[in-house]
Design a protein around this ligand. Structure first.
Ligand code: HEM
Length: 471
């Protein structure tokens, strides 16, 4: 098996990355920002709570600010128009920034980490399995798995909603991706994913790469977990190739996919894409649901409305299969998810690196500079979201949807790097919420702290297991 290094070689087809912009090379007309006397101070504040740091930047300095971390120039760009410029209008001037390189240790070169021109070829090939027409098939599978899971919760007991959601969303993505072949590996995938996700994030901290080669048990476990995941994916691919039947799950589709010139993915490419889908496809959704259940626990009015909506659905009560049209027609569930993704966007920052000098809404960004746009910050803009720190699903009226400018709300990103699984995630989240609400009322086990603290890492997670009482 091919063991991946922490930092893989950049494929020759990728664009060259300009050197970072140091203080000496920085242009004179930078937007304002913190310039502490002891530069290390800023790194400490940045690391301690990055979303809070970025929100504070916006509050103090406005929509565009600049600062230096580790001697390198960063911009914070938060106005919707700037977000749109970076993610869509001028996306070709940027590549993904800090952190993504090191993800290749686990994900190889899947869609999330790939760059142009390879990314677009893969993206085109990967689109069909996520096409709306295929989602109906997944909806019923998701519904069966969600119902089974929710029915196993016993009234009067306490469940830990964070790991519960992680298990369920992993089961859903593994089943839709690999079919039932994956069932015997689910425990192992869950265990290895947990180690990989935890350590992927830590390995992104600046400076830690110096320890990569040191034989610490911490790294050994990380290496073992990522190798284990690769091995499982390789086994499943080899098995599928051997039996010669494609199957209509995602793996079958990935193996059958052909580009316009007739070329197929290699086994390594399928492996990396499959691992990317498992990783990006379960943790994000699980976090969004954990937050949604936490907020619902303190809002009996919204919970009751959700429950009433759930009990009106044939597919929830069991008399009809779930379809995309029925699930996506649910109004309250849609509002609960939209508002949870606004307040606690699982992907809360999009780091980018400028490939060339570029003008973003009047801000001059030199080639090589880091640019941070942030869902967490922009989703809290009071111009578009009055009382922005309050969780209020009823704000999501059709009028709000149509009044929002481009770039004001982007939980799934935008442009060619937009989330491939956005519809999959929205479908799955509504299905899980509605099955849960039909069957139980979940209340925070710690009534003094009904909303968990955040533990922002690569994703915006709730801290701890988030115990909830099942009624
Ligand atoms: C609530 C759940 C989810 C959220 C909030 C979310 C968010 C995002 C965001 C913001 C990006 C873009 C990152 C960037 O521009 O730097 C992204 C990319 C991606 N997501 Fe998701 N995601 C979710 C669920 C899923 C699911 C369920 C899947 C697959 C089954 C998935 C697969 C992907 C892939 C493959 C990419 C890379 C796309 C590309 O660069 O072409 N995501 N996601």
């Amino acid at each position: 098996m091919n063991v991946r290094p922490f930092v893989a070689e950049r494929p020759a087809e990728y664009a060259d990355v300009p050197a970072p912009v140091t203080r000496r090379r920085a242009p004179a007309n930078l937007p304002p920002g913190p310039r502490p006397k002891v530069p290390g101070d800023l790194l400490v504040r940045f690391q301690r709570d990055t979303p809070a740091f970025l929100l504070d930047l916006r509050d103090r300095y406005g929509d565009a600010s600049s600062f230096f971390l580790g001697g390198q120039l960063f911009f914070g760009l938060f106005a919707p128009a700037m977000v749109h410029e970076v993610t869509v209008a001028q996306q070709g001037s940027f590549i993904k920034g800090v952190g993504f390189e090191r993800m290749r240790k686990v994900l190889g070169t899947g869609l999330l980490t790939n760059e142009e021109p390879i990314h677009l070829r893969h993206r085109r090939m990967m689109q069909p399995p996520f096409h709306k027409s295929r989602l109906d098939g997944y909806a019923e599978q998701m519904s069966v798995l969600a119902r089974t899971s929710v029915e196993s919760w016993r009234s009067g007991t306490t469940i830990n909603i964070a790991p519960e959601m992680m298990r369920l969303t992993l089961l859903i993505v593994a089943r839709t991706l690999f079919g039932t072949d994956a069932d015997r590996h689910t425990e192992q995938i869950a265990e290895s994913m947990e180690v990989a996700i935890d350590r992927i994030e830590r390995t992104m901290l600046p400076g830690l790469d110096r320890l990569d080669g040191v034989p610490l048990p911490y790294w050994r476990k990380f290496r073992e977990a990522s190798d284990q995941l690769a091995e499982i994916a390789e086994d499943l691919i080899a098995e599928r190739r051997q039996c010669g039947v494609d199957g209509d799950d995602l793996l079958g589709l990935l193996l059958a996919i052909r580009d316009e010139d007739g070329s197929a993915f290699t086994d390594e490419e399928v492996r990396d894409e499959a691992l990317t889908l498992i990783l990006s496809g379960h943790e994000t959704t699980a976090n969004a649901l954990t937050w949604a259940f936490s907020w619902l626990g303190s809002r009996p009015d919204v919970y009751e409305a959700l429950r009433a909506e759930a009990l009106r659905q044939d597919w929830v009560t069991g008399s009809a299969p779930a379809t995309v049209a029925d699930v996506m027609g649910t109004e309250v569930a849609g509002q609960v998810i939209a508002e949870s993704l606004r307040m606690a966007p699982p992907v809360w920052v999009a780091p980018r690196r400028a490939l060339r000098d570029v003008d973003i809404a009047g801000v001059q960004i030199p080639a090589g500079a880091h640019v941070l746009i942030s869902q967490y910050v922009t989703h809290r803009d009071p111009t578009y979201f009055p009382d922005p720190h309050r969780w209020e699903p009823s704000r999501w009226t059709p009028q709000l949807h149509s009044a929002l400018p481009r770039g004001a709300y982007f939980p799934f990103g935008a442009g060619t790097r937009k989330c491939l699984g956005d519809q999959f995630a929205l479908l799955e989240s509504r299905i899980i919420l509605l099955h849960a609400a039909a069957k139980h009322r979940l209340l925070p086990a710690d009534s003094l702290h009904p909303i968990p603290r955040a533990e922002p890492r690569a994703t915006y997670r709730a801290k701890g297991p988030v115990p909830m009482r099942v009624n």
